[in-house]
Design a binder for this molecule. Sequence first.
Ligand code: SF4
Ligand code: SF4
Length: 108
Amino acid sequence: MEGDEVMSEPQPASAKGANIEEKQYLLRFNADTQSHLHVMDTEVCMTSCPDKICTIFCPAEVYKWEEIRMHVGYEGCHECGSCRIGCPHQNIKWVYPKGGHGIVFRLG
Ligand code: SF4
Ligand code: SF4
């Protein structure tokens, strides 16, 4: 009908396309002093994994390739478990953080 307009309600920021930094604001981390993630053999990464795929599939960007080694920023891990199955060489040892450590979700 002419003259009719459909107005959309403004959406809260959280419902819009939030970037990873905004989403991470909803998360808190209680990091252990020891990593719960271990790249077992860096040589395998160097010689057999040209795409360093863990640096792509990890939603928290925990893995960063630094020329000859893999930096593992375990403190920011979201515990999604993807690296358990995502490494094509089963080269990542993944366990849950010790009790009381790891990610905490802020709800509301
Ligand atoms: S995906 Fe696995 S083999 Fe490839 S770089 Fe990451 S840890 Fe290394
Ligand atoms: S469990 Fe998920 S968030 Fe944590 S390092 Fe693995 S892929 Fe990244």
